[in-house]
Design a binder for this molecule. Structure first.
Ligand SMILES: Cc1cc2nc3c(=O)[nH]c(=O)nc-3n(C[C@H](O)[C@H](O)[C@H](O)COP(=O)(O)OP(=O)(O)OC[C@H]3O[C@@H](n4cnc5c(N)ncnc54)[C@H](O)[C@@H]3O)c2cc1C
Length: 391
């Protein structure tokens, strides 16, 4: 099959490498280069985990972990570090425990006063937690490099260019800004925040909502490289925090709330000092014995759907698949202050019962219906998200 993949972020690059490895002729079109500063996939690390209150996410995450290990064996590179994860919350904990138990994934329930035993330096605050050992960090930069190498090794072609339209004709056509038209048998659209504008010509009724978020690396948190990942649910005066070790840099943390909506042409990735200060206060309260020192700050893009339910859908008849980036859902500990679609457009934050997000990353195995190579395991059904939960 001749395939075109649009976007060389974690999703598109993975899809392109996998399709190439399966023997397809793949052209990967990317406008700013692999790992570029405007993409969602930039940066050294991402949190990954099996733990999630949604059983589907656990199933996908188990497959993601296996795939990550396969990739490590193929490339002889270290792409993820198993450090475990502590999930502290009130509202989501019972569902998390039930889902892990049902999936047969081992975990430890942690008393509120005992969290420091699993995360040295973390102060108890009356909330219980769950520790799950199959979690840690994806070394995101190394991961992209490994997939890029795999893509090249299997004869994939990387084409610099900007896609302006994808036409879902019998033979899907991808139009580039310079007038080039790529035709073939299948197209995967994995353009992150650039996916939305390409969907109407595909007839895919999926609205995407790109926005920016900010993460900060801290020095001064207990032996950063060895501590686990953390999801710290919302507290009365603040949203949830996610955090993970980045070896060689520090402990990375982010507030689980958008910085601002991402509009077309917004290339400004300047960190917001107010957001960093808010996060630093929270981190200092969580680790009273530490002096968290900001090492760096980074702003990057997220994309999900306004209803939080979809991150990917497909048009099998037309052989075109958009693979978007991340989905908010009802499973992860919710921020007491998240943004509703309406309020976010207006740049306001509201209190809502809307859920927090699941983090998705890196793998979109896509095969047109009825064209599955015999040697390949069943791809995810299109009704399942093509996302693999990491955070
Ligand atoms: C602050 C922050 C923290 C995060 N933390 C985590 C975490 O802990 N765990 C986790 O799993 N996930 C995390 N994520 C999410 C994760 O990084 C994203 O889900 C993932 O990187 C999305 O990859 P992508 O390939 O969909 O998009 P992108 O990386 O944005 O890739 C899309 C690519 O398409 C290209 N492109 C766009 N439009 C066009 C066009 N028209 N023509 C050609 N090329 C185009 C872009 O240049 C880009 O390179 C985080 C994200 C952010 C911002």
């Amino acid at each position: 099959m001749r395939c075109t993949v649009v976007g060389a972020g974690a999703w598109g690059l993975s899809a392109a490498a996998e399709l190439s490895a399966r023997g397809h002729r793949v052209t990967l079109v990317e406008r700013h280069g692999i790992g570029n500063a405007l993409s969602s996939s930039r940066g050294p690390t991402r949190l990954w985990r099996l733990a999630d209150p949604d059983p589907l996410k656990i199933r996908l995450s188990l497959r993601a972990r296996d795939a990550m290990q396969r990739l490590e064996r193929q490339t002889e590179a270290t792409l993820h570090l198993r450090r475990g994860m502590l999930w502290r919350d009130t509202e989501s904990l019972a569902r998390l425990v039930a889902a892990l138990r049902a999936a047969g994934v081992p975990f430890t329930e942690v008393e509120a006063a005992d969290v420091g035993r699993f995360f040295p330096g973390l102060a108890g605050d009356g909330r219980g937690a769950v520790f799950q050992a199959d979690a840690g960090v994806v070394l995101a930069k190394a991961y992209l490099a490994a997939q890029a190498e795999r893509f090249r090794a299997h004869g994939g072609r990387l084409l610099a260019g900007e896609v302006v339209a994808v036409e879902a004709t019998r033979q899907p056509a991808v139009r580039l800004a310079d007038g080039t038209i790529l035709t073939g048998d299948a197209v995967v659209v994995a353009a992150g925040p650039g996916t939305g504008p390409l969907l109407p010509s595909l007839g895919v009724p999926l609205t995407l909502r790109p926005y920016l978020e900010q993460v900060v690396h801290y020095a001064g948190i207990e032996s950063s490289a060895l501590v686990p990942g953390l999801i710290d649910g919302p507290v009365p005066d603040g949203p949830a925090v996610y955090a993970m070790p980045t070896p060689g840099i520090g402990y990375k943390a982010g507030l689980d709330v958008p910085l601002r909506p991402l509009g077309p042409g917004d290339d400004d990735r300047t960190p917001d000092p107010g957001r960093t200060a808010e996060l630093t206060r929270r981190i200092a309260a969580m680790f009273p014995g530490a002096t968290p020192t900001v090492v760096d700050e980074q702003v990057c893009s997220w994309t999900d759907s306004p209803d939080a339910a979809s991150s990917s859908t497909g048009s099998a008849a037309r052989r075109c698949w958009p693979a978007a980036t991340a989905a908010r859902d009802s499973s992860t500990p919710r921020s007491s202050a998240t943004c509703s679609p309406t309020s976010r457009r207006a740049g306001r934050r509201t209190r809502t019962s809307r859920p927090s997000r699941s983090r998705a990353c890196a793998r979109a195995w896509t095969t047109p219906a009825g064209r599955r190579p015999r040697s390949v395991r069943r791809p995810f059904r299109m009704s399942e998200r093509l996302s693999v939960t990491l955070r």
